[in-house]
Design a protein around this ligand. Structure first.
Ligand SMILES: Cc1cc2nc3c(=O)[nH]c(=O)nc-3n(C[C@H](O)[C@H](O)[C@H](O)COP(=O)(O)OP(=O)(O)OC[C@H]3O[C@@H](n4cnc5c(N)ncnc54)[C@H](O)[C@@H]3O)c2cc1C
Length: 383
């Protein structure tokens, strides 16, 4: 099949392999993100603004092109890929799709250049899958929003310069009271928990956010109360980035395995000459290809609005998340003792695969969404 993004894929693959690949293991071992300079370099190459409009410094290209770059980086250096993911498919897309012209001008150019980063705070200690149970409030009085509450599991928490914080901007119950406001990192009353020690996602910091009477100007409200459905419409873009990270992980594990099974010999022949190994490798190929086709179909559905079809996204995310966990597991098994070492990078792929499957809504919650979309019914999880 023709690759519409062959040129940028080749460039991204080369930069990822030559510049960010060599530091990937160290970032994981030390649990450190890429530096500001390393991020700015991604901005200079245009990788942080692919799916943002030209008037804000981006390239105005389709989402699928940004996903191509996320994928190439995701195969070799997830901490670098995360920055491309966050800028092109993360909270910056909330600003791009739902913000005013003034807000776009204020925040997007710095994200596209790599000067600043923006994280998203949705989850709370008692509101994970049940996001609409969130309790963080933003009370508007005399042009100021006062934010109180806390957020949990926030990727890039403590590192990012700005946060799109989903919160209750009115007293209306459930989803109806929820909107979103941008909070700058250095605002008085805004603090962070300790850096989480996650199984994977090392080099992608994670921390809780605490808001204690944090005052932000009314102009920082991106989505007023009542806009939860709009926010979740745009969140489909983030799920596409998440799907692509899982796809990259699965593809990387498959690529390493395809090489290994022809190099490694036991009982006097290549591993691939054993039929049970052929079956396992075929299963890996089947699962990676299925995830890729669903990801591509979901990405194609994003044109021309930039927002993909939610059913296609849930089908792709669920498949890719579960594929990455299984395929990395099979890859480790086929690599024997080598698969269990840090040196081969497979355990790192496996650890990261588990993280992407939880972030952005679990496969179980995607399944609920799939049935709901197909039948055109809403399933109230509370009754
Ligand atoms: C690596 C990582 C990065 C993350 N990054 C961010 C971020 O940047 N910003 C952010 O806001 N959040 C982030 N999250 C949080 C993430 O969105 C939540 O962890 C996720 O939505 C699940 O919520 P939970 O952990 O509270 O699990 P729970 O909701 O408590 O779920 C526990 C289990 O119960 C299942 N379950 C829950 N409800 C139902 C139901 N109705 N029916 C059947 N099964 C159900 C779930 O599928 C899961 O298996 C991140 C999480 C991780 C692990």
């Amino acid at each position: 099949m023709a690759d519409d993004h062959a040129e940028i894929r080749e460039l991204a693959a080369r930069v990822a392999r030559d510049v960010y690949g060599p530091i990937a293991e160290t970032l994981d071992v030390n649990r450190t993100p890429i530096t500001r300079e390393q991020r700015m370099r991604l901005g200079e190459l245009g990788f942080l603004g692919i799916a943002h409009p030209e008037e804000y410094g981006g390239s105005g290209q389709p989402l699928s092109q940004a996903l191509t770059v996320v994928e190439e980086f995701g195969k070799v250096c997830r901490p670098a890929a995360f920055q491309i993911f966050e800028a092109n498919t993360g909270p910056a897309q909330v600003i791009n799709h739902l913000g005013t012209d003034e807000q776009k001008q204020r925040w997007l150019p710095a994200i596209v250049s790599g000067e600043k980063t923006m994280a998203v705070g949705i989850s709370e200690p008692d509101a994970g899958s049940a996001a609409t149970d969130m309790r963080t409030t933003g009370k508007l009085t005399n042009g100021t929003v006062v934010v109180n509450g806390n957020k949990r599991w926030i990727s890039n928490g403590g590192e990012a310069d700005q946060y799109v914080v989903y919160c209750r901007l009115s007293d209306a119950p459930g989803a109806k009271g929820i909107g979103a406001v941008v909070v700058d990192k250095d605002t008085p009353g805004f603090s962070f928990g300790a850096s989480e020690r996650l199984m994977g996602f090392r080099g992608i910091p994670s921390a809780d956010l605490y808001f204690d009477n944090v005052e932000v100007p009314e102009e920082n409200i991106v989505v007023p109360a009542g806009g939860f459905n709009k926010l979740f419409g745009v969140f489909s873009i983030e799920r596409m980035g998440n799907t692509t990270m899982s796809l990259a992980i699965g593809q990387a594990a498959l690529d390493k395995t395809l090489k290994y099974v022809e190099e490694r010999e036991q009982f006097g022949k290549q591993l691939i000459e054993f039929q049970s190994i052929q079956v396992m490798v075929a299963d890996m190929i089947l699962q990676v290809e299925a995830a890729r086709l669903l990801r591509d179909a979901a990405a194609a559905s994003a044109e021309p609005t930039g927002i993909p079809d939610p059913l296609k996204v849930s089908l792709a995310k669920c498949t890719a998340n579960e594929m990455a966990k299984r395929v990395t597991d099979l890859a480790m098994q086929i690599h024997g003792g080598n698969g269990y070492t840090e040196e081969y990078g497979l355990e790192r792929l496996h650890r990261d695969a588990h993280g992407w499957a939880i972030a952005g809504g679990t496969p179980t919650m995607q399944r609920t969404r799939i049935v709901s979309e197909v039948l055109g019914r809403k399933f109230d999880q509370r009754r």
